[in-house]
Design a protein around this ligand. Structure first.
Ligand code: ADP
Length: 410
C-alpha cells in the first residue's frame, strides 16, 4: 500500500511517500514557513535522486498539502501518476492525552476528541488539526489514520504514571505522566524483540537520545515506565531542555529573577540542557564532542565535558532503575540522532556496567555512526545485548496506517 505520511508542525509540514510492501520511501520533503512570508517547499524524489527547492506562497496547511500533492504528481519530480495511487494518509500526532492508547482511523468523533488534546500540547495539536484539515480539503475521500507519540506509553500502571500531587489534579486536569517518542520506542522495541526471538519475557531499555531524549522500560513488549512526563520537558538533559530538576527550583527562579510563567517555561525548554550548561555555546552534541576532542585548551572543553557527563550519569541511572523495575535486563537499545551517531556517549554510558552484565565492543561501537543498519554493539561475553537500532517513526506510521485501513491487528 502507498501511504502518505504527514508530520504537521506549527509552520512546517514534513511528508514521505512510503510503499508498505517494499518498506521504501519514493519521495519526501518539507514545507516550511507556512503562513509566513517566504514559504518554501523542499522536495526529494529518491528513486531518481532528484531534489527541488521552491519558494511558493502557502497561507495555511491546506495550501501546503495542495503543493505536496502537486509535487508528488509532477512528471519529473513526482513518484505517482494519479491521486488514486495514494491509498491512505498517516499522521504523526504528538499528544493523544488520556484518550488514545493506539492508532485510530479518523472520523468526526476522533477529530472532536483530538481537539480535546489541545491543552496537553497546544502548539502541536493545533498544527496537526490544520494538517488533517489540509488533507481533508485536498483529498476528502482518502482514509486518514492518526498515530500518537503517547500511545505506546499508555500501558504504564498508575504507580508509574501518577504524580504524588493532590489526586484531584489527575481527576480534573488529567495531570499524569504521558511520555513521548512512543512511535520511536515502539519501532525499536519491535526490531529488538525480533532479534531476541520473542516478545513475552523480554526486558528492554530503549534510549531515544536526540535533541529531545527519552528512555523507556519495556517489559513483554509493553512500556512499564518512561522518562518523559506530563510534557516532553521531563527526564534526562537534552539539547535545550533541562530534564528533571527539583520542582522547587521553578518558584525560586521566578521569584529571584522576576520571571513570568512563560519566561520560566522558555528558560527550561529553550535555554537549558547542553545549551544552558555550556553557557550558550551549543545545543548540538557534535559541537560538544568537538570541544571534548580538542582537549583542555579548547575554551568550551570543561563545560562540554560536564554537559555530556551529566547526560551519561542520568542515562546510567535510568538503565539501572529500569533494570530494577523489570527485575532484569535483556537488551539496551540506542537510537535517534545522538544514540545512533555518538559512539563516545554510548561508550561512557556502558562503561563500568558489568554489575548489570553490560559490556560493549569498543571497536565496533567506535565505528558505529551514520549507519542505516542495525548494529550489535555488545561484546561476545556481554550478558545483556546492546544494539544501535536506527529509528524510523515514519515507517511505523505507514505500517499502522496500512494495518488500520486493511483491518489488520496492530
Ligand atoms: P530531534 O530530537 O530533533 O529529532 P535528532 O534525533 O535528529 O533530533 O538529534 C539531534 C542530535 O543528534 C544533535 O545533538 C546532533 O548533534 C546529533 N546528531 C545527528 N546526526 C549526527 C551525526 N551524523 N553525527 C553526530 N551527531 C549527530
Amino acid at each position: 500500500m502507498k501511504v502518505l505520511v504527514v508530520n504537521a508542525g506549527s509552520s512546517s509540514l514534513k511528508y514521505q511517500m512510503i510503499d508498505t510492501k517494499t518498506e521504501t520511501v519514493s519521495a519526501k520533503g518539507i514545507c516550511e514557513r507556512i503562513g509566513i512570508e517566504g514559504s518554501l517547499i523542499e522536495h526529494k524524489q529518491l528513486e531518481k535522486g532528484l531534489k527541488i527547492k521552491e519558494e511558493k506562497p502557502m497561507k495555511n496547511h491546506a495550501d501546503a498539502m495542495a503543493l505536496v500533492v502537486e509535487k508528488l504528481l509532477d512528471s519529473e519530480y513526482g513518484c505517482i501518476t494519479s491521486m488514486d495511487e495514494i491509498e491512505a494518509v498517516g499522521h504523526r500526532i504528538v499528544h493523544g492525552g488520556p484518550y488514545f492508547s493506539k492508532s485510530i482511523r479518523l472520523d468526526d468523533q476522533v477529530l472532536q476528541t483530538l481537539r480535546r488534546c489541545h491543552d496537553f500540547a497546544p502548539l502541536h495539536t493545533g498544527a496537526h488539526i490544520q494538517g488533517i484539515e489540509g488533507c481533508l480539503a485536498v483529498m476528502p475521500q482518502k482514509p486518514q489514520v492518526l498515530v500518537f507519540d503517547t500511545a505506546f506509553h499508555q500501558t504504564m500502571a498508575p504507580e508509574a504514571f501518577m504524580y504524588a500531587l493532590p489526586y484531584e489534579l489527575y481527576e480534573k486536569y488529567a495531570v499524569r505522566r504521558y511520555g513521548a517518542h512512543g512511535t520511536s520506542h515502539r519501532f525499536v522495541t519491535a526490531e529488538m524483540t525480533k532479534i531476541l526471538g520473542r516478545v513475552e519475557g523480554t526486558k528492554i531499555v530503549t534510549c531515544h537520545i536526540g535533541n529531545g531524549s527519552s528512555i523507556s522500560a519495556v517489559k513483554d513488549g509493553k512500556v512499564i515506565d518512561t522518562s518523559m512526563g506530563f510534557t516532553p520537558l521531563a527526564g534526562v538533559e537534552m539539547g535545550t531542555r533541562c530534564g528533571d530538576i527539583d520542582p522547587a527550583i521553578v518558584p525560586y527562579m521566578m521569584e529571584k529573577l522576576n520571571l513570568s510563567t512563560k519566561e520560566v517555561g522558555d528558560l527550561m525548554n529553550k535555554k537549558s540542557g547542553f545549551l544552558g550548561v555550556t553557557s550558550g555555546y551549543s545545543s548540538d552534541s557534535r559541537d560538544l564532542e568537538a570541544a571534548i576532542s580538542a582537549g583542555p585548551s579548547d575554551p568550551h572543553y570543561e563545560r562540554a565535558a560536564l554537559a555530556v557527563n551529566m547526560l551519561k550519569h542520568q542515562i546510567k541511572k535510568y538503565i539501572g532503575g529500569y533494570a530494577a523495575l523489570m527485575n532484569g535486563l535483556d537488551a539496551v537499545v540506542f537510537t535517534a540522532g545522538i544514540g545512533e551517531n555518538n559512539p563516545h556517549l554510548r561508550e561512557i554510558v556502558c562503561e563500568d556496567m558489568d554489575f548489570f552484565g553490560i559490556k560493549i565492543d569498543k571497536e565496533v561501537n567506535a565505528k558505529a555512526w551514520r549507519q542505516d543498519n542495525i548494529i550489535k554493539l555488545s561484546a561476545a561475553d556481554s550478558r545483556v545485548a546492546v544494539y544501535l537500532i536506527p529509528t524510523n517513526e515514519e515507517l511505523m506510521i505507514a505500517r499502522d496506517t496500512e494495518a488500520i485501513v486493511t483491518c489488520k491487528s496492530l
